[in-house]
Design a protein around this ligand. Structure first.
Ligand code: ADP
Ligand code: MG
Length: 248
């Protein structure tokens, strides 16, 4: 469904992603594990196309030069240079690291805004789905998003991504900065989405421990380079992975 071939990303002369390749089969859950600055967000931005937006903006104002090599294919089609909004229409949705929400709008309004591509009956159906997935959000429906806790905002952000009814969901460090309890709730929801809808999911994380047990395949990146790949269970048993990415 998603093929990445020899992807390279430069910010000016700094290489952030170096010859990265991966293959994601429909219906699977795949993780990209790497420490801070490994290139996870750069990869997600290249997959979602946000990097193309940034590249164009920077070019216009004579700012930073961003260069991409390699290809990203979605369902057999080369989308390497496609705008992010067109990728959303194809069904690819990114839930960003510290995803932007509309703090002055309430939770329900945020979900509706995120469902802009859907008909009103679909929006109603989707809102029901999201609130079923995150029961915690039920009683917060009319709270302004800016007043939600970090974990609640992350649930809302994931809910907003799901409003689009994606076929490929990209999650950039969804557990970042959350309490263990919140992390568990999110993990539970991600597993549920995958099991019930068969949605294809790519997730990035710094800490492998909560992620590896639920994924089909994992890729380890260091300084923008792929250093290891394998089934989740294989990586779980790998002493190097344990040493570097299992935290304390
Ligand atoms: N806009 C940018 N300009 C210059 N360097 C950047 C930019 N964004 C990220 N980088 C650099 O690229 C590398 C990868 O960053 P990033 O993709 O954000 O990593 P991660 O998400 O894994 O923490 C880092 O060395 C970072 O400093
Ligand atoms: Mg990042």
């Amino acid at each position: 469904m998603l093929e990445v071939h020899n992807l390279m990303v430069f910010y000016e002369n700094a290489l952030a992603l170096n010859d990265f390749s991966m293959n994601v089969t429909k219906g699977r859950m795949v993780a990209v594990i790497g420490s801070n600055s490994a290139g996870k967000t750069t990869l997600m931005n290249a997959l979602s196309g946000l990097i193309i937006d940034t590249q164009i903006k920077e070019q216009r104002k004579g700012g930073e030069r961003i260069t991409l090599y390699g290809t990203v294919k979605f369902e057999g089609r080369d989308i390497t240079l496609m705008h992010p909004s067109d990728r959303v229409r194809l069904g690819m949705v990114l839930c960003r690291e510290r995803h932007p929400i509309f703090p002055e709008s309430d939770l329900l309004e945020n979900l509706k805004i995120a469902g802009y591509l859907r008909t009103s009956s679909e929006v109603t159906e989707r809102i029901g789905y999201v609130l079923g997935l995150f029961p915690t959000l039920q009683r917060l429906k009319v709270r302004k998003a800016g007043f939600l806790s970090g974990g609640e905002q992350q649930m809302l952000a994931m809910g907003m991504a799901l409003m689009v009814k994606p076929t490929l969901l990209l999650l950039d460090e969804p557990l970042l900065g959350l309490s263990p309890m919140m992390q568990n709730m999110l993990i539970h929801a991600i597993k549920k989405i995958s099991a019930e809808t068969g949605l294809t999911i790519v997730i990035t994380e710094q800490f492998a421990r909560p992620i590896l047990p639920m994924i089909d395949r994992g890729y380890i990146i260091e300084n923008g380079m792929l250093t290891m790949e394998g089934a989740g269970s294989e990586l779980m048993e790998n002493p190097e992975v344990k040493g570097a990415y299992f935290g304390v």
